[in-house]
Design a protein. Structure first.
Length: 268
């Protein structure tokens, strides 16, 4: 028929070239998205923000709301909620209203003042990441989570000068690298938050003086005053132990997981 266009045909070589270009473009886009350094330039979430993130997931907020493109489409994107609402206190007040009474299709949630404050902290710290994409395979090391928790709890229950020196000794000796909470310790090392209640002073002095070579623990040459400082810090850890262990568990489960473990079609 006159005027009819002939169908465009590609020879096998052109088809392979076109397919290679499409695959290359997809790989480049994937690399650009997941190589974003934003997530590596910020410290781990605080204990309050970590609890807020755990609340966000436990109440299944992600089924309706998105964060960094992950989640549902029914509700508004919450990635930069804090930026739109102002400071943390203003955000907490807004959350109090909407979480107490609900909004249209959003149900009301019976959250305590502390839980709403934790959620506000989560959104505030999340907002500091800007608008970049999260890095899905990178999580804070366990020792960094533990150090962050110790620093945060020290703000609520300040260390005495003696205990502060004990913390310095622990950090200098690298004790936190092995002695982690909740059975996460290397070489089955004792949980540092339980050491004060599990070992007597004489037992602890013996371990520190002689070390445990078969488990990779070196001996520490401490002066008598340094040993007393270490005891003071371990006593402080013992008092904070239950909260530190729970906070460590929440941080590892809430911010220490990998999105690669989740189904590709669902972020929960």
């Amino acid at each position: 028929m006159l005027g009819s266009a002939r169908p465009l045909t590609l020879d096998p070589r052109s088809r392979r070239l076109l397919l290679a270009m499409l695959v290359g473009a997809f790989c480049l886009q994937t690399w650009l998205i997941y190589s974003d350094p934003i997530g590596r330039e910020h410290p781990p979430l605080s204990a309050a923000a970590t609890r807020g993130r755990a609340l966000y997931h436990s109440h299944n907020c992600q089924s309706c709301h998105q964060i960094f493109g992950f989640g549902g489409f029914l509700g508004p994107d919450l990635t930069n909620l804090a930026r739109r609402r102002g400071d943390t206190e203003s955000l907490a007040r807004d959350l109090t209203q909407i979480l107490t009474t609900g909004s249209e299709r959003m149900p009301a949630f019976k959250l305590s003042d502390g839980e709403r404050s934790d959620l506000a902290s989560f959104f505030t710290e999340l907002d500091r990441l800007g608008v970049g994409q999260v890095r899905i395979t990178e999580t804070p090391p366990a020792k960094d989570i533990f150090k962050t928790l110790i620093a945060e709890y020290a703000q609520h229950d300040p260390l005495t000068p003696e205990a502060a020196e004990g913390l310095w000794l622990v950090e200098q000796a690298g004790c936190i690298n092995c002695h982690l909470p909740n059975g996460r310790s290397t070489f089955a090392a004792t949980d540092l938050t339980k050491l004060h209640s599990q070992l007597s002073e004489d037992q602890l002095r013996s371990v520190l003086t002689e070390g445990i070579p078969e488990k990779g623990m070196p001996a520490m040459k401490l002066q008598p005053t340094q040993f007393e400082s270490l005891l003071a810090f371990l006593a402080w850890l013992d008092r904070q132990g239950p909260d530190l262990r729970q906070g460590f568990h929440d941080a590892e489960n809430a911010s220490g997981g990998s999105l690669l473990d989740l189904p590709w079609f669902e972020y929960r």
